[in-house]
Design a protein around this ligand. Structure first.
Ligand code: GLU
Length: 282
């Protein structure tokens, strides 16, 4: 896969006629000198804001320190293209409360962190085209068989993430629920298993990851409401970098890369890629 991509990049370079001499890492130096892409290539490391606690999307394995998941694989694809190796990458844990700030201050080059594109956030950062579609859903205990749809959350204690788009949707839909708001979704899991709260509600991609660790105790309602479009976050105004990343996403969606990453991550939960895969932009 990686070999094929490198060849494709080189071909793209030839076709577009935008290649300079080969860089030291063997990849073509095809970026304008003062661009973010050139700076990252020069530095030799891509810094990435990602979640550390979401199995199947962005998860730091406690025994190896290795970051796994769909978001991690996208970030590695970017590192591969920019620096010639997917290993030239530094992952930094980000949460909803510092994603915009980390981009603004240059702590990270990109944020790939189940980060939904929204008009509100666009005032602070820019987003690439979507690379994944998720729907908001609800995770409950297996034994709570009378919970079927979001309407059954009325009067219940529901855990969700601070400063998240799902929190806003819950506020609009559930007048009578008690919302328990946390920084990291993994903080919701023990309270749910122990019966201190009744449900977790956020993106189904996140919920499936949490459920993957407790498949015998937790259940997804499976009636999604509202769509979340994940984009890669970049510093506001960096349209050249955004355009470059959009090109990579387009390629990822069309060359089989997306399908392979999906199969190896969130796809293991038996979900269909049909609703999750965006149509590549032109
Ligand atoms: N995708 C949603 C959002 O960006 C929920 C995930 C999160 O809080 O990071 O708000």
């Amino acid at each position: 896969m990686i070999v094929r991509r490198t060849v494709l990049s080189a071909l793209g370079c030839l076709v577009l006629g935008a290649c300079g001499p080969a860089g030291e890492d063997g990849s073509a130096a095809r970026f304008p000198k003062d661009s973010t892409m050139a700076r990252i290539r020069e530095r030799g490391v891509l810094t990435v804001g990602i979640k550390f606690d979401l199995p199947l999307f962005g998860y730091k394995d406690p025994s190896t320190g290795w970051i796994t998941g769909f978001d991690a694989d996208i970030a590695r694809m970017v590192a591969q293209d920019l620096t010639g190796s997917e290993h030239n990458i530094r992952f930094i844990e980000t949460m909803p409360r510092n994603r915009e700030d980390f981009l603004d201050r240059g702590v990270v080059d990109i944020v790939v962190a189940t980060y939904s594109i929204s008009d509100e956030r666009r005032k602070l950062v820019d987003f690439t085209d979507p690379y994944y579609y998720s729907g908001q859903d609800v995770l409950v205990r297996n034994t709570d068989t009378d919970m079927r749809t979001v309407a059954d959350l009325a009067g219940k204690a529901v855990c969700t993430g601070a400063r998240s788009t799902p929190l806003e949707r819950l506020k609009a839909r559930l007048r009578h629920a008690r919302l328990v708001v946390v920084d990291n979704y993994s903080e919701c899991v023990s309270p749910l298993l122990e019966g201190r709260i009744d449900a977790i509600s956020t993106d189904d991609s996140i919920l499936l990851g949490l459920m993957s660790e407790h498949p015998d105790s937790l259940r997804l309602l499976g009636s999604p409401f509202g769509r979340e479009s994940y984009g890669i976050g970049v510093r506001r105004g960096d349209s050249a970098f955004r355009g470059y990343l959009n090109g990579l996403i387009r390629r990822f969606l069309t060359d089989g890369g997306w399908d392979e990453v999906f199969r190896n991550t969130i796809g293991v939960m038996g979900v269909s890629p049909k609703t999750a895969k965006p149509t590549p932009s032109r």
